[in-house]
Design a protein around this ligand. Structure first.
Ligand code: FRU
Length: 485
């Protein structure tokens, strides 16, 4: 693959060098956010999988620390999660600090087995010791992976709950443990909704329903391929978890399909090409629940041009739930850590106008008038090359252009995002950084994330407004300063 000069994103995590994929073990320790990630310490391809580590106080600026968990001779360290064991249920603590426990998939390098293993840290998550009696959970399966553990608390007591996938079977398995070492199977969920690809990286957590004091449970399931935009994608289910099993509010029909018309019926955390393996933080209350995803797609991740480092994470998204007009709940997202700015809004007249962006930048549109308003926003490099175009009508379509920076048949593509029926004036936020565009529409009810690989953040946009439509916009130039959370 090509080696090209790639500008580092300013608002997204990248590793200093080499390959990254899924975020792992996200946790907040009361002062800092920790992000571990799938990392190859030896090269720009997927291999020697280990857990890299970075910390941040604002979820925008990250400091990369030494590798936290290194692959072994016979097994790689695949995706998983972290908890802080405040009550020392595991016995790993030494009585001074609560142990930080990582649970990950030990993936045999010869692909003969995937089992769940643990490692503990007594220095707040910097260095880990692998448990001598690993694995803690082995089903004799080749595709049992991505354990995400939460502390389940109820009047009947507290215990650890793990969700992990039997990837090929399209099932999420739920396990329970008192001591983090012995695990008992409780239930299984799936196959349900999109299943054309295998299931990976599940997550189970609670979110508040906006404007109420109600909490609902959310189950996230990544799948690859078979995502709504092609290749890797992230779907979700909303329902209840009773400490044993997850029950969705509405059972969803199985969609063993790659067709958009079928897939669009499901619930998608993102409608773009590059938002995969998103998981939430341990250590945040439900009303601050936050997700970060790997901003790539297995369709082409291994073949994208690189500059000694390959892969980046999405911005951090805070989530909550909104009840729509059919009485169904939907996830709403808000991008965290962007600097607030006092920029006046301008009204775009019908016809075409040019908007200078500066990089990185957040462009906010409010589209009203006829047919939900009809507008198009094109993003250009300083040399006038069109890199992507967003058309805004009854649905939103992001057209990612071939610019010569990427030589991959799956790169140039159109991503469609249906809009909620009862939007009225449509808000569209467009966050551009070097190498990506993230679009949040309908007040965060819809999200579409695309890499713009190898591209510098666009220098300017053109906005075309149809007669009868009305668009107001503002550009918020973003510095590397971020807001306090
Ligand atoms: C998802 C995934 C996980 C696995 C990891 C390996 O992108 O395939 O299922 O644990 O990546 O790096």
């Amino acid at each position: 693959t090509q080696l090209v000069a790639v500008k580092r994103p300013q608002l997204h995590f990248t590793a200093k060098k080499n390959w990254i994929n899924d975020p792992n073990g996200l946790f907040f320790d009361g002062k800092q956010y920790h992000m571990y990630f799938q990392h190859n310490p030896n090269g720009v391809g997927h291999g020697y999988m280990s857990w890299g580590h970075a910390v941040s106080t604002d979820l925008v600026n990250w400091e990369e620390l030494p590798i936290a968990i290194l692959h072994g001779d016979v097994a790689d360290i695949f995706s998983g999660s972290i908890v802080v064991d405040h009550e020392n249920t595991s016995g790993f603590g030494d009585g001074t600090v609560p142990p930080v426990i990582a649970i990950y998939t030990a993936a045999a390098k010869d692909e003969s087995n995937q089992s769940q293993a643990i490692a503990y840290s007594l220095d707040g998550g910097e260095t880990f010791t692998k448990y001598e009696q690993n694995p803690v959970l082995d089903r004799g399966s080749k595709d049992f992976r991505d354990p995400k553990v939460i502390r389940y608390e109820s009047e009947r007591g507290s215990y650890w709950v793990m969700v992990a996938v039997e990837a090929i079977e399209r099932r999420v398995l739920v396990y329970r443990s008192e001591n983090f070492k012995d695990w008992t199977e409780l239930s299984s969920f799936g196959p349900q909704s999109a299943i054309a690809g295998i299931w990976e990286c599940p997550d189970l957590f609670q979110l508040p329903v906006a404007g109420t004091d109600q909490l609902k449970w959310v189950l996230i399931v990544s799948l690859n391929p078979g995502g709504v935009a092609g290749g890797s994608g992230t779907q979700y289910f909303i329902g209840e978890f009773d400490g044993t099993s997850f029950t969705p509010d509405q059972d969803q029909q199985v969609r063993d399909s790659f067709e958009f018309e079928s897939l669009k019926q499901g619930n998608w955390l993102d409608w773009g090409r590059d938002f995969y393996a998103g998981v939430s933080f341990h250590g945040l209350p439900a009303d601050q629940q936050t997700v970060i995803a790997w901003m790539s797609n297995w369709d082409y991740a291994r073949e994208l041009p690189h500059d000694g480092w390959r892969g980046s994470m999405s911005t951090a998204r805070r989530l909550d739930l909104v009840k729509n007009s059919d009485g169904k709940f939907e996830i709403r997202q808000c991008i965290l850590g962007l600097p607030a700015s006092e920029v006046a809004a301008s009204v775009a007249p019908a016809g075409e106008g040019r908007i200078e962006l500066g990089s990185p930048a957040l462009l906010e549109l409010a589209v009203g008038g006829d047919a939900n308003g009809s507008a198009a926003l094109s993003l250009f490099r300083a040399d006038d090359t069109l890199i992507s175009e967003l058309t805004i009508e009854s649905e939103l379509i992001q057209h990612r252009r071939e610019t010569g920076k990427v030589d991959h048949e799956l790169y140039a593509s159109n991503q469609r995002m249906p809009l909620p029926a009862d939007t009225g004036e449509l808000t569209v936020q467009v966050l551009v950084d070097h190498g990506s565009v993230e679009i949040l529409a309908a007040n965060g009810l819809r999200s579409l994330t695309d890499q713009l690989t190898g591209e510098e953040a666009p220098a300017y946009a053109t906005l075309r407004v149809a007669t009868g439509a009305s668009v107001t916009f503002k550009v918020l130039p973003l510095s590397d300063k971020s807001v306090e959370l």
